[in-house]
Design a binder for this molecule. Structure first.
Ligand SMILES: Nc1nc2c(ncn2[C@@H]2O[C@H](COP(=O)(O)OP(=O)(O)OP(=O)(O)O)[C@@H](O)[C@H]2O)c(=O)[nH]1
Ligand SMILES: [Mg+2]
Length: 1027
């Protein structure tokens, strides 16, 4: 980075991040590495306890990491840029940032707790961003001191964790399309479960023998890989280091008589034989612990002697066993050496890494240049892409960097400006009189960036081929200063090369969350980062004093920029809505807003929960029901006010598997249909990342997913009846050719089918046929001709009518979009429904003259508008008629609790309508793991309540999982005799849950709510008298 380094120095850089489930020890590990390689920033005595990377007050107070930040370490002439990331699900956006900037990852797993849901999630992130991972099994000390396992039991436990992690990686590699929750449930591997079995044909990613696994105790600063022990024992046992390295893991045994390493069969001795890992690695460790904890100096000295350790006598005399342990262990097996040598050996340098990450970073674009200019653009963009691929660090290479997030720092924290730095008032950065300065957390992928340089800032939507129309996606900016990040501290640098990770000042005005920086306009922007979840916890915010509105707006703007994950919007009703990932995140945002960005007191609304609306119904008869409408009586009919258009709507429930596919493929659909999903779907969709392999076509991917969903359903239903299954398949194929549109926003999980064309009329009316546009785009049409032809026209009059019908098609779609975006229950979007809309128009009663049409539009508004409104009403009415149901979002919840708190934990769960999926004792520990679904609307304060009821012993992690319909009928009124007997005659029935939720939403939206203020006055009187 500094001038004067050799050209080869790129190979001496490692950019890595630490990833793990919450509390597995990432920041503690970072402390140890900083103490050794951070140039004295953390004293070894306090390492593991200061949590240097958690420098925010909130982080120290809560003892969890909330942001990712980097630090530059030096180890044996290598520079290691280390990014510590948060493990809490609320801050998973920061994990995406960390992963994008790194080339390798240290995956930490707590040896006691094992694999947890965020372990899945971060492994997935690793896989998406194509990072090379190494595994660190942390908190080995807890196996000895807390669980009191024998060395052999500890070995089986470690073996299982390694196996489990390997299983997850291989599942991602092979199946590619699984959400974290799905894979957790499918694998059934959560802490202590069985292990995935069917991946034996691929080689494990993590193998201690290969040197990419370290066993550690970050708190006390010791740790080792197999290699360390292989070296220790090589001379003692008279074996080669490499032979030992292979033998110190797995079922390998040492035969003391023959001095040979043998397999299970070779050793004999019944079940008593100990694998070498147990005998040579774990047993000495256990001895040290035993010696220290039981005050048996002899045992410790034996170990010190046999491993030839230099421990000052003064430290050995210490009364506190923990101090003795730490000083022996950290000298014997220094953690930083084990980790950093593994990083240097097993993780790639930027040159190697960028070569393999390129297809993810800048996916290859299939473009055909139409003219000379375009050709040159494409050529140059290709040159840029190649130099990113090669990590070209020469001065003359094009400059490309990616800003993964913006973060705010109080101006007083910045180092004083240096000579040569562009000094300017910080106000220039667009934030007026603010005391906050915005820095970009960036990685340089090609060329050299220098202070004072001007670069182009490209947004993710930029397309170099589209020239003028792209103005809003490209800006120019000057880099004011550049820093190396040292945790909270910043070290000024003048320039930085490809492969470096830096903080850049001067982009505050130009970048909102992330962007690509480039020295040329002719460059493809980097692909967007993948986020595990979307921000779903929304609250409305207003200043306590209306006069502070200005400050609040400014504050919100700053917050929106400073937090990569928060979303600030203005709702249709004019409220300022803040969307965060969860309660902890929200709390921090509000605090930041109050203390740093807006500095005014605020009123925060209760969370605004999103719902969806659907209908009850068996799906199996969907194919049957889809027969010609007119022969079916199950429809709703409405007529436009001018009487010219009759709309018949039929609604059915969509296959759940199909709904799921549509739900999760919103961004693919956005590409296919041509709307920008990033803007339309952001609200509450579970934005499962849809990562396409190179050269994959979104339409084909989606088509395959849809076919898979249908196929699995067909098979499920017709297990033994192949004939019938075949018939179903044919019917489905026919049906898939009739997809007219999706809604809401053209990409939702509701399908509009074109009406059956055979349903021709006899009364002279003309059907608005629609067209199977979407089926065509998805490739379901064998040939696209014929579907959309206007039937041959006999008379002039009917020709006009046919043209009218063709023109009204888009209005039918609009009506459908409006209806699906606001259902009849409480104006929430519809979900998982299939509609068939048969709209027929008749000639207007009079002649077709200008005058007539004018009069009509005066009277009822424009015909097109009438069609839209009528279609919308008819769709909503159809839903109401077909047993409407409320759909709520569900969290998947993983709870951990000691056995004695199971009771209170179940109490909390049942009060919140939770559904338990699985409960399981963790083998060899007093912990229970429980999986459950909890409705989002019931989740507020959940973790706090859980903590207080269990004295902090139970922990829970919530991940947005899926949508689920409430079975309850919101309009239930007892009718039959039995029902009246059970529930009363309706006078005393309390509103059911569904109804209560609906009413809450309606009240919030200002929709009419049917409410009796005084119910049954007479009864109340009698009651009162009785009392
Ligand atoms: N016994 C033991 N405790 C450890 C070890 N490593 C970390 N801890 C403890 O585990 C707790 C969590 O450690 P952190 O380093 O904050 O965990 P983290 O992974 O950074 O947590 P987040 O950033 O919030 O996800 C702390 O109380 C540590 O002292 C270890 O090796 N042994
Ligand atoms: Mg941490």
């Amino acid at each position: 980075m500094e001038e004067g380094t050799s050209d080869n120095d790129r190979h001496k850089i490692r950019n890595i991040c630490i990833l793990a489930h919450v509390d597995h020890g990432k920041t503690t590990l970072a402390d140890q590495l900083i103490a050794t390689a951070g140039g004295g920033m953390v004293h070894p005595k306090v390492a593991g306890r200061v949590r240097f990377m958690d420098y925010l007050d909130e982080e120290q107070r809560r003892a969890i990491t909330m942001k990712s930040s980097s630090i530059s370490l030096h180890y044996n002439h290598y520079t290691v840029n280390l990014i510590d990331s948060p493990g809490h699900i609320d801050f998973c956006g920061e994990v995406s940032t960390a992963a994008r900037l790194s080339d390798g990852a240290l995956l930490l797993v707590d040896a006691v707790e094992g694999v947890h849901i965020q372990t899945h999630a971060v492994l997935r992130q690793c896989w998406i961003e194509r990072l090379s991972p190494c595994l660190v099994l942390n908190k080995i000390d807890r196996l000895i001191t807390e669980l009191k396992l024998t060395p052999f039991e500890a070995y089986t436990r470690l073996l299982r964790i390694v196996h489990e992690v390997n299983g997850i990686v291989s599942a991602y590699n092979s199946q590619k399309y699984l959400s974290d929750v799905d894979s957790l449930l499918a694998g059934g591997t959560a802490a202590g479960g069985e292990v995935m079995e069917d991946y034996d044909d691929v080689e494990d990613v993590f193998q201690p023998q290969k040197g990419n696994v370290v066993f550690a105790c970050a708190l006390d600063g010791w740790g080792f890989g197999i290699h360390e022990f292989a070296e220790i024992y090589a001379s003692k046992l008279g074996a080669s280091v490499s032979a030992l390295q292979k033998a110190l893991w797995g079922p390998r045994y040492f035969n003391p008589k023959t001095k040979m390493i043998v397999g299970k069969k070779g050793i004999g001795g019944g079940g008593k034989a100990k694998p070498m890992f147990v005998q040579f690695v774990l047993e000495p460790l256990w001895q040290v612990y035993q010696g220290a904890l039981e005050g048996d100096k002899g045992l410790i000295e034996k170990v010190i002697r046999s491993f030839n350790l230099q421990v000052p006598a003064r430290e050995l005399m210490n009364k506190d066993a923990k101090v003795v342990l730490q000083s022996v262990m950290s000298r014997w097996l220094p953690l930083s050496d084990a980790i950093l040598s593994m990083v240097v050996k097993c993780l790639p340098d930027p040159v190697a890494a960028q070569g393999s990450r390129i297809s993810r970073l800048i996916p290859q674009c299939e473009v055909t240049a139409e003219n000379e200019i375009d050709k040159r653009v494409v050529e140059e963009a290709e040159v840029v892409r190649r130099s990113v691929e090669r990590c070209d660090w020469r001065d003359e290479a094009p400059c490309v960097a990616f800003v993964a997030k913006m973060f705010a720092l109080p101006v007083r924290m910045l180092p004083p400006p240096q000579v040569g730095e562009v000094v300017g008032s910080f106000g220039e950065e667009g934030d007026g009189e603010s005391d906050e300065c915005f820095l970009a957390f960036a990685r340089i992928f090609s060329g050299v960036l220098s202070v004072g340089q001007r670069v182009f800032v490209l947004s993710a939507l930029y397309d170099p081929l589209k020239g003028e129309s792209m103005q809003k996606h490209i800006q120019e900016a000057e880099l004011k200063s550049m820093y190396l990040m040292m945790g909270q501290g910043l070290k000024v640098v003048k320039s930085a090369k490809a492969g470096d990770v830096v903080a850049i000042r001067g982009l505050g005005q130009h970048i909102l969350k992330s962007a690509t920086l480039s020295s040329t306009r002719n460059c493809w922007p980097f692909s967007s980062m993948a986020f595990q979840v979307a921000p779903i916890l929304r609250v409305a915010i207003e200043p306590s004093d209306p006069a502070d509105m200005g400050s609040l707006l400014k504050g919100l703007r700053l917050l929106n920029r400073a937090d990569p994950f928060v979303e600030v919007t203005v709702s249709a009703r004019g409220e300022h809505v803040l969307a965060a990932a969860g309660e902890v995140h929200l709390e921090r945002c509000i605090k930041d807003l109050k203390d740093r960005f807006a500095k005014v007191s605020l009123e925060v609304s209760p969370p605004l929960v999103s719902y969806k609306e659907t209908i009850e119904g068996e799906v199996s008869n969907m194919l049957e029901k889809l027969k010609i409408l007119s022969r079916n009586l199950d429809y709703v009919e409405k007529t436009t006010p001018n009487g010219r258009c009759v709309v018949r709507v039929q609604v059915m429930k969509l296959l759940p598997s199909l709904t799921k596919v549509l739900d999760e493929s919103a961004d693919l659909l956005g590409d296919i249909v041509g709307v920008n999903s990033a803007q339309t779907v952001k609200s509450l969709e579970t934005q499962r990342t849809n990562i396409l392999e190179e050269n994959e076509n979104p339409a084909e991917v989606l088509k395959k997913r849809i076919m898979d969903a249908i196929e699995s359903d067909v098979l499920d239903r017709n297990e033994n009846d192949e004939d019938h299954a075949e018939k179903c398949r044919l019917k489905w194929l026919k049906l898939l050719r009739r997809i007219w549109a999706l809604g809401p926003s053209y990409i939702g999980a509701n399908v509009l089918f074109t009406p059956d064309i055979k349903a021709e009329s006899t009364d002279g009316s003309v059907l608005i046929r629609g067209s199977s546009q979407l089926s065509e785009k998805l490739g379901f049409m064998a040939d696209s001709s014929g579907s959309n032809l206007v039937a041959d026209t006999s008379s002039n009059e009917s020709q006009v009518l046919y043209m009218d019908a063709a023109r009204l098609e888009s209005n039918v779609i609009t009506g459908f979009q409006l209806a699906t975006s606001a259902g009849p229950l409480c104006d929430e979007p519809m979900w998982g429904l299939a509609f068939v809309i048969e709209a027929r128009i008749t000639p207007s009663s009079g002649q077709y003259d200008e005058f007539e049409t004018h009069q009509q539009s005066d009277q009822y508004g424009i015909f097109a508008g009438q069609v839209i409104a009528t279609v919308k009403d008819a769709c909503r009415a159809a839903v109401l008629k077909n047993k409407p149901r409320l759909v709520e979002a569900m969290y998947f919840c993983e709870l951990n609790t000691p056995t004695e708190y199971l009771g209170p934990m179940y109490g909390v769960l049942s009060r919140r309508r939770a559904r338990i999926l699985k409960e399981e004792m963790q083998e060899g520990s007093p912990f229970f793991t429980v999986h459950a679904y909890v409705p989002v609307s019931e989740s507020f304060g959940f973790t706090d309540e859980l903590r207080s009821r269990t004295s902090g012993a139970a922990s829970a992690l919530l991940v947005l999982s899926h949508w689920e319909a409430l079975l309850e009928d919101p309009f239930f009124v007892p009718k039959t005799e039995e029902e009246i007997e059970e529930f009363g005659d309706g006078s005393s029935v309390l509103p059911n849950t569904a109804r209560k939720l609906i009413d809450t939403v309606r009240r919030r939206k200002g929709l009419p709510v049917e409410e009796k203020v005084v119910q049954h006055g007479t009864k109340q009187r009698t009651l009162a008298r009785k009392v």
